[in-house]
Design a protein around this ligand. Structure first.
Ligand SMILES: [Zn+2]
Length: 371
């Protein structure tokens, strides 16, 4: 295990933060798998999984079983991790500028295209290396004067030339689910199955440029810009939501670590015996098919359905109880699908999102992720 420390520029005098990067296998060996946890800093299940993964990888490395390079960042957001408001963790948005930490990553296809013009060949493998080089140079050229933009740039720099990128998150109360590019649904399926996921949500553009799209969609864009040249989609990235934010235990982290090692073996980064039984398949559904259920009125939230339940159209998901009028409002689903996440909050402000149901058919457009 090689440990690297990346200092972030300090925002105020007398403070300093850094990213710690753990590297396994030979530097620059392929495939390169990049795993980061807790970009939304208070999402801890992935952080514990990253710790257990590092322990397993160190043992596999000692046995000479790592064939590629595996890079793990267990604390991808030390800025957000330090944000606490009177005892409550606040890790999704940056207090300094209000932005969601997992949005607004740099769009690199145009700057990379400028560097590539006139250099691509009719050899796909050669183009892959030229594109990786152009992407690395484009990240290096990004300006980052403050701590938050430097964090986004450094995370991109670590992942931009990886073959596989796993961004570990969690929801409020949830079953495991994954987000990935429509083009990568098939590649994500064995990982989703090994994790025991109940939803695999796909979109080409989900809005506001989250981390997984920043590293992966660039290849699709470049293939479009240079349509006369062979360009394979050489970075598979997925956002993995490891259940709800209090689902932190060694048993769950070890289960998820085993799934990631299984997937890394399928991808050729590790030499390990694969389990004899194939896990149950998980079918991809469009992110545009997710129904966000919002509270039509304020009230006490009483859920009638659990996460992981299959919901039928018209079924009551929750009731909102008005503690003043004593009225009750039923909240029903407009679609059939899996209730894959719901809020931990038990008092809803009018308009608040309470649950998400993954349906089969697209029903939305525009920005598809939660704010
Ligand atoms: Zn998250």
């Amino acid at each position: 295990m090689r440990i690297e420390k990346i200092e972030l520029p300090f925002s105020t005098s007398g403070t300093s933060r850094s990213l710690q990067v753990m590297r396994f296998g030979r530097a620059d060996a392929r495939p390169k798998i990049y795993v980061q946890a807790s970009l939304h800093a208070d999402e801890i299940p992935g952080m514990l999984t990253a710790v257990r993964l590092c322990n397993r990888l160190a043992a596999l490395e000692a046995e000479g079983k790592i064939l590629g390079e595996i890079v793990v960042v267990p604390v991808a957001n030390p800025i957000g991790l330090a944000q606490s408001i009177q005892g409550s963790a606040f890790g999704r948005f940056a207090l300094a500028d209000g932005t969601n930490f997992n949005r607004h990553f740099a769009e690199l296809s145009l700057p990379a295209a400028e560097r590539l013009r006139g250099r691509l060949t009719h050899d796909a493998a050669e183009n892959r290396e030229l594109i990786r080089e152009a992407l690395r140079a484009s990240v290096q050229a990004l300006r980052a004067t403050d701590e938050i933009s430097a964090l986004r740039r450094e995370l991109l720099r670590l992942a931009i030339d990886a073959d596989v990128v796993l961004d570990l998150h969690c929801d409020s109360e949830a079953v495991t689910h994954l987000y990935t590019s429509t083009a990568h649904a098939l590649r994500a399926a064995p990982l989703a199955a090994a994790l025991g996921a109940k939803a695999l949500l796909t979109a080409e553009v989900s809005g506001d440029h989250p981390f997984d799209e920043a590293v992966s969609r660039t290849w699709l864009e470049l293939a479009r810009i240079f349509s006369d040249y062979p360009i394979a989609h050489s970075c598979f990235a997925t956002t993995v939501e490891l259940r709800g934010d209090v689902d932190v235990s060694y048993a769950l982290a070890d289960h998820d670590t085993a799934a990631i090692l299984y997937f890394a073996t399928l991808e050729g980064a590790i030499s390990m015996a694969l389990p004899p039984a194939e896990p149950d398949a998980v079918f991809a559904t469009p992110l545009a098919g997710v129904l966000p259920l919002s509270a039509p009125v304020a009230g006490i939230v009483v859920f009638e359905c659990a996460v992981g339940d299959w919901i039928r159209r018209g079924e009551i998901v929750a009731r909102l109880v008005d503690p003043i009028s004593l009225d009750e409002t039923a909240l029903t689903s407009d679609i059939d699908g899996v209730l894959f996440a719901r809020t931990r909050t038990r008092y809803a402000i009018a308009g608040q999102r309470l649950a998400k149901i993954a349906g089969r058919d697209p029903i939305r457009s525009g920005k598809l992720l939660s704010p």
